[in-house]
Ligand binder design. Structure first.
Ligand code: GLC
Length: 749
C-alpha cells in the first residue's frame, strides 16, 4: 500500500482540482434502481405484495418487465462515487470504465455490498457461526467471502455487524454474534482480518464496514428501527466495545445505525461519529450511512427537511450518503450559501478518497474479470469450509437415553444421538426439503439451488428415509395416519421445524418468539406415534433467533439447533446426527422460557431482591425465572468434568486455571468459559461477565489444565462520572462449560 503521507498528499492534490459538484458526487452512493411500467414506486410495489394487494406472482411478473438503471449519465458527470449492490464482474467493470475513462478526473467508484456470511458459498448466519466460539474459523470464512465477493467486483462489505443483541424479538439478532460484547468484538475483529487480509491493495482484499454504529441491538421492545435510550455508562460498558474491537482490527469503514441514541439519531450524532469514533478511537477511514438514513432524520424529527438533514449529517461526520440523495441534492448549495463550510465537505471527500487510495483503486480500478469470477465461486474447498463452519455452529440442546431396540449409535453410548449408520429416518416438515431456506437472511450472492437440504444429503449418503412435509394428505388422510404408515419403515423420527429465513434479519421483529402451532402439532403427532412404537423424536431446528420453546425442550427426545446453516446445511446436519462429527457449539444467546421475558440475558444485574422463592423478589408470577437454555450452553456426544479451579493474584490481575477432563467415550471439543463478577463496585455490576474462553480438544479420558490471564484493566467499568475505572475489592471467578454450571472462586483485587 502507498505510504500514508503519499496518500494524504494525493488526496490534497486531487481535492484542489475538484469542483463542488465533483466533491458532492464522491459522497453519493447509488443502488441500481428499477425502472419499468410501474404506476407506483418500487417501494410501494413491495408494500402491495407484503400486504397482499398483489400476489407474489403478479409482483414477479411486474419485476420481470423492469430493467435496472445504472445511472451511467450521472457517473459520467462525476455525480456518483459509489454503488451498493453491484454483484457481478461485467457490470462492475463496465461502470468503472465510465468513471475512470469518461469523467473529468477519473476517480474510480468503490463498490459496497452486504456480504454478511459468505457470497456464493453461503456459510452459517453469524448468530450460528458465533456458536463455534472460534475466531480462527470466523476469520477463515471471512477470507472465503472476500475471495468470492471481490471476484464478483465487490470492494467493501457492509459487515461485520457487531450489534450486541439481548432481545430475541429483534430479527437482526441473526446477523451478529449474540448477546455478549466480548464475543461480538472477537467475532467482528476476526471478520475484519478475514475480509481485509493484510494488504488492502490485493485484488482479493475487501474493506470491512463495521455496523451498525451504535447499539442498534438495544432498540426498545426488540422492535426494529425503534429508539435506543440508555445511560452512557451502559453504552460504554455493554455496547461500544464490540465496534471498538473492529476499529482496532483495522476496519476501513463504519456504518452509523438507523436508531437514535438518547434522542440523537446516529446519522446526526457528532459525539458518536467524531468524538468517540475519530478522536477517542483514532478512526480515519470512511463512514457510510445506512440505506436512506440521512433522509430519515426528517422522520426522526431532528431535521426539518432533507436539506437540513444533509447539513446536520455531514457536519456530524457521515461521509457517504447511501441512496437517499440528500447530499447530491443539497450539499453544493449548502456550501455556496455559506451554511456549510467547504472544509467539512473536503473532510468527508478526503475520507472516501483515502480508502480508494488505500485499496489502490486509482492504479488498479479493474480488480476482477469475468474469468476470475467464474473460477472463484463454490469450489470444493469452499464447500468443505462451509460444511465445517455449519457443523461447528450447531448446538446439541438435548439428547436423551435411547429407547430399547434402537440400534446403537457409532459412539457406542446409550443416547439417541448419534444414530447408527444404518438407522432409517422418518423425516417430517417442509424445511427438510427447502433448499432456499438454508441460507438465512442476507445471502446476497446465493443461488438457492446451491444449497443441499436434509433430503439432498440423505440421498447423497444413501440413508434410508421416508419423508412427509407435514401438510395433511390431499386424500384427506390426517398427518397422523401418514406418520403411522411411515413409522413401519423408520427407526427415528426427525421433526424439522423452525423459522423461514424471512422471519429473521432486517424488519423481522416478532412480538412472540414461540414455535409455530403447526410445528408443535407435528411434534405432538410424532411423539404420540413415536411413544407407542418406540421411535424417538429428534427435533432439528432451523431458526434465526432464540425461540421460546419450553414445551419442545420438555417433550422432544433430542434437539439439534441448526440455525440457518448455509449451502452445506444437509450434509452438516447428517454429519452431526450420524456422529461423523461430535457437536461442540455453545449458545451465544439465552433461550427464554417466554417472549415476555425479553430482553433476557446472562450478564444481568442482581437487583436488591434477586428472584427467589419468597414473593417479594424479582420474578414473574406466571413464568420461571431461569431460561430454558442459558448462554454458553451446548451438549456433546461425550461428557466433560471440571475440577481444581485455582485463582492466583498476579501483579496485574488474576491467573485462573482449571482442570477439564473428557469423562466420556469419544473425543470431543469443549468450550471452556471464564466469567467474572465484581461483587461490590461504585456502580452495580452484572452477576457474570464473560472475560475469556478457550476451545480445547480432549480424547476420551484425557484431562488438561486450562489457563486464563485476567489483566485488571479488563475488570473495570464506566463510573457514575463516566470515566473508566478499575476498583479494588472482592471478585468472584466462575469457570465452566456454560454460564450456569460453573466452579466458583472468590478473590481480592
Ligand atoms: C439495510 C441495512 C444495512 C445494509 C444496508 C445496505 O437497510 O440496515 O445493514 O448494509 O441497508 O443494504
Amino acid at each position: 500500500m502507498m505510504e500514508k503521507n503519499a496518500i494524504e498528499r494525493k488526496i490534497r492534490e486531487l481535492l484542489a482540482k475538484m469542483t463542488l459538484e465533483e466533491k458532492a458526487g464522491q459522497l453519493q452512493q447509488c443502488g441500481p434502481s428499477l425502472v419499468g411500467a410501474f404506476e407506483v414506486s418500487f417501494e410501494e410495489l413491495l408494500d402491495m405484495m407484503f400486504d397482499g394487494r398483489i400476489s407474489k406472482e403478479e409482483f414477479d411478473r411486474l419485476m420481470s418487465g423492469a430493467k435496472q438503471d445504472f445511472h451511467e449519465d450521472d457517473i459520467r458527470a462525476g455525480r456518483i462515487g459509489s454503488f451498493n449492490g453491484i454483484g457481478d464482474a461485467a457490470t462492475a467493470n463496465r461502470l468503472q470504465k465510465i468513471a475512470v475513462e469518461e469523467t473529468r478526473l477519473g476517480i474510480p467508484l468503490i463498490y459496497g455490498y452486504d456480504v454478511i456470511h459468505g457470497f456464493r458459498t453461503v456459510t452459517p448466519i453469524p448468530l450460528a457461526e458465533s456458536c463455534a466460539w472460534e475466531p480462527g474459523l470466523w476469520e477463515r470464512t471471512g477470507r472465503l467471502a472476500a475471495e468470492e465477493a471481490t471476484a464478483a467486483g465487490v470492494h467493501m462489505t457492509f459487515a461485520p455487524m457487531v450489534d450486541v443483541a439481548k432481545d430475541a424479538r429483534w430479527g437482526r439478532v441473526s446477523e451478529g454474534a449474540g448477546e455478549d460484547v466480548l464475543l461480538n468484538g472477537d467475532y467482528g475483529a476476526a471478520k475484519v482480518r478475514g475480509f481485509q487480509g493484510d494488504d488492502l491493495t490485493r485484488e482479493d482484499a475487501m474493506a470491512a464496514c463495521v455496523k451498525h454504529f451504535a447499539a442498534y441491538g438495544a432498540c426498545e421492545a426488540g422492535r426494529d428501527y425503534n429508539r435506543v435510550d440508555m445511560s452512557l455508562q451502559k453504552l460504554w460498558d455493554e455496547y461500544l466495545p464490540s465496534y471498538k474491537a473492529c476499529i482496532e482490527a483495522g476496519a476501513r469503514a463504519v456504518m452509523p445505525a438507523f436508531n437514535d441514541i438518547n434522542g440523537v439519531p446516529c446519522s446526526a450524532n457528532e459525539w458518536l461519529l467524531r468524538d468517540v469514533l475519530r478522536k477517542d478511537w483514532g478512526f480515519d477511514g470512511m463512514t457510510v450511512s445506512d440505506a436512506n438514513a440521512i433522509a430519515e432524520c426528517v422522520n426522526h424529527g431532528i431535521a426539518a427537511d432533507k436539506r437540513d438533514a444533509a447539513r446536520q449529517c455531514l457536519r456530524a461526520g457521515v461521509d457517504m450518503d447511501m441512496t437517499s440523495n440528500s447530499y447530491i441534492e443539497h450539499v453544493q448549495e449548502l456550501v455556496e450559501s455559506g451554511e456549510l463550510e467547504e472544509s467539512v465537505l473536503d473532510e468527508a471527500v478526503a475520507d472516501i478518497l483515502r480508502v480508494k487510495f488505500e485499496m489502490d483503486l486509482f492504479e488498479h480500478p479493474y480488480r476482477t474479470s469475468e474469468e476470475r469470477e467464474a473460477d472463484a465461486m463454490l469450489t470444493q474447498e469452499a464447500r468443505a469450509l462451509a460444511r465445517e463452519a455449519a457443523v461447528k455452529s450447531m448446538v446439541l440442546l438435548k439428547n436423551e437415553d435411547a429407547p430399547s431396540g434402537l440400534p446403537e449409535g457409532n459412539s457406542g453410548n446409550k443416547k439417541i444421538l448419534p444414530l447408527a449408520p444404518d438407522a432409517r429416518l422418518g423425516i417430517f416438515g417442509r424445511l427438510a426439503a427447502d433448499r432456499g431456506q438454508m441460507t438465512g437472511a442476507w445471502a446476497v450472492g446465493a443461488n438457492p439451488d446451491d444449497c443441499l437440504s436434509i433430503l439432498d444429503a440423505c440421498r447423497e449418503r444413501g440413508i434410508s428415509y421416508r419423508y412427509l412435509d407435514g401438510a395433511d394428505n390431499p386424500e384427506g388422510l390426517s398427518t397422523k395416519k401418514r406418520i403411522l404408515e411411515i413409522a413401519e419403515e423408520s427407526d427415528v423420527f426427525l421433526a424439522v421445524i423452525g423459522e423461514d429465513k424471512e422471519e429473521s434479519g432486517e424488519a423481522a421483529s416478532r412480538a412472540s418468539i414461540t414455535l409455530k402451532d403447526s410445528d408443535i402439532q407435528l411434534v405432538k403427532d410424532l411423539l404420540e406415534v413415536g411413544k407407542a412404537q418406540g421411535k424417538p423424536v429428534v427435533a432439528v431446528l432451523f431458526n434465526g433467533r432464540p425461540l421460546a420453546m419450553p414445551w419442545l425442550a420438555e417433550s422432544a427426545d433430542a434437539i439439534l439447533e441448526a440455525w440457518h446453516p448455509g449451502v452445506e446445511a444437509g450434509p452438516a446436519i447428517l454429519d452431526v446426527l450420524f456422529g461423523d462429527a461430535n457437536p461442540s457449539g455453545k449458545l451465544t444467546t439465552t433461550f427464554p422460557y417466554a417472549s415476555g421475558q425479553c430482553p433476557m440475558y446472562y450478564a444481568h444485574m442482581n437487583t436488591g431482591r434477586p428472584g427467589g422463592k419468597s414473593k417479594f423478589t424479582s420474578k414473574y408470577l406466571d413464568t420461571p425465572l431461569e431460561p430454558v437454555y442459558p448462554f454458553g450452553f451446548g451438549l456433546s456426544y461425550t461428557t466433560f468434568a471440571y475440577e481444581n479451579l485455582s485463582v492466583e493474584k498476579t501483579e496485574d490481575g488474576f491467573h485462573v486455571s482449571v482442570t477439564v477432563k473428557n469423562t466420556g467415550s469419544r473425543a470431543g471439543e469443549e468450550i471452556v468459559q471464564c466469567y467474572v463478577q465484581d461483587v461490590a463496585g461504585s456502580r452495580v455490576r452484572p452477576v457474570k461477565e464473560l472475560k475469556g474462553y478457550k476451545k480445547i480438544p480432549l480424547a476420551p479420558g484425557e484431562e488438561r489444565r486450562v489457563e486464563f490471564e485476567l489483566p485488571s484493566e479488563k475488570l473495570g467499568f464506566y463510573s457514575r462520572e463516566g470515566t473508566y475505572v478499575v476498583e479494588p475489592g472482592e471478585f468472584r471467578i466462575y469457570v465452566g462449560g456454560n454460564s450456569r454450571d460453573v466452579l466458583e472462586a472468590g478473590v481480592i483485587l
